[in-house]
Design a protein around this ligand. Structure first.
Ligand code: BJ8
Length: 383
């Protein structure tokens, strides 16, 4: 693979580290930071309150032994790692958060929030997982209003409909720019590798200045398209095209994606929360802002929803649009909802879409690297 990365790529690979400094600057200037954990968090409400949302999801096993003093060993690594960072004050984002917003998604997360609330003020949104759409929508709308009122009280501000509309516009602009970026991988062969794509998406989730970020992304898209048109190729024409689905990839991408790509395949699409899952649908800018925000987030195809038809619907579109040759479903150890859902995903992928599927259960350690290399190589061999 050729290494012709646009200059802005370095900014995204350093974005998380740079944000550590930025978050302190914001605090020194009296601005507010809101820690978040999940794709269900309606970040528009946080922006409308004049605050900065930042992801607190733990992505390394460094703090897991500390977390296991309070939490069971057989719990998802994302939950343990996140809690461990808060417990040990090792994450500046958690340390500087004025308040943390969580949702009642999986059981492990919502029970962990009870302990996290002893370290930091928390606001937990009750996520309706009901199948009755009208009922769920009215509950979720109400939860958004309760969040709005909590932030107004915490930060002594008044959030107007106009503030919400401006925030919706800002978030939609970011979604549009990111869509342009990951849509590059629809090209055969893609002008960007899966690891590069992950690096930019990951970096973007830690970038505060969204206008600057959008510009860098659009410049990068133009540059990569131009190079591709001029015959630059970093991926082989016949490289098998992989879609990754399942749990968030923050803590496993550095281990798994290089294994996939060093075996001659290329990751063209991340359907999960590290990628397209939240970005694929915009918030309707023409509707009442609370209603529009509620509708958008309730459509997130996460396995905590039952039934989770939205995941199947999005995967179906993505498999076709990205001309996917094989699907890898990544399950973090002890994530029951994604683990249970593997059967439905496998049946859909190998049945209706008629392409190969494999599931991988892993954690943040390097212990299974050898086993992953063997299994992934065998999977790619048959594509
Ligand atoms: S919208 S995927 S970010 S809940 S992996 S903590 S589900 S046991 S992270 Fe997630 Fe929101 Fe869904 Fe996305 Fe629990 Fe599973 Fe762990 Fe998970």
């Amino acid at each position: 693979m050729m290494n012709n990365l646009p200059k802005a790529f370095d900014d995204f690979s350093e974005a998380r580290r740079n944000s550590f400094i930025k978050v302190k600057d914001y605090k020194d200037e009296g601005e507010h930071i809101v820690g978040i954990f999940c794709t269900f968090t309606p970040i528009e409400v946080i922006y409308a309150a004049g605050a900065h949302p930042i992801s607190l999801c733990g992505m390394s096993d460094e703090t897991i032994p500390d977390a296991e003093r309070d939490l069971p060993k057989n719990l998802c690594p994302l939950i343990k790692s996140s809690y461990g960072f808060a417990l040990t004050d090792k994450c500046p984002f958690t340390y500087f958060s004025d308040i943390i917003v969580g949702e009642t998604t999986c059981d492990g997360k919502k029970k962990m929030y009870e302990y996290l609330n002893q370290i930091k003020p928390m606001h937990v949104m009750q996520l309706p997982q009901a199948t009755d759409r009208e009922h769920a929508l009215s509950v979720w709308k109400n939860e958004i209003i309760i969040l709005k009122e909590r932030l107004e009280k915490e930060f002594n501000v008044k959030i107007t409909d106009d503030d919400l509309k401006k925030a919706i516009k800002k978030c939609n602009e970011e979604r549009r720019a990111l869509k342009e970026l990951y849509s590059l991988s629809k090209i055969c062969p893609p002008p960007i590798t899966g690891m590069e794509l992950h690096t930019v998406l990951h970096g973007a989730s830690f970038t505060f200045d969204k206008d600057e970020q959008n510009k860098k992304i659009m410049d990068m898209v133009e540059q990569l398209k131009e190079e591709h048109a001029n015959g630059v190729r970093k991926v082989e024409e016949d490289a098998p095209r992989i879609l990754i689905t399942g749990c968030p990839m923050g803590g496993v991408a550095d281990k798994l994606v290089p294994i996939i790509e060093s075996n001659g395949a290329v990751v063209v699409c991340y359907e999960n929360c590290s990628g397209i899952k939240e970005k694929s649908r915009l918030v309707d800018e023409t509707k009442d802002p609370v209603e529009a925000i509620a509708e958008k987030y309730l459509n997130v195809g996460c396995s905590v929803m039952a039934p989770n038809d939205n995941r199947i619907e999005l995967m179906s579109e993505l498999i076709d649009e990205y001309k996917v040759d094989g699907v890898i479903d990544v399950i973090l150890q002890a994530c029951h909802t994604y683990n249970v859902e593997t059967r439905r995903i496998k049946e859909f992928v190998t049945g209706e879409k008629d392409i190969p599927y494999m599931s991988i259960e892993t954690d943040y350690s390097q212990a299974d690297e050898g086993q992953l290399k063997t299994r992934v190589a065998a999977f790619i061999e048959m594509l």
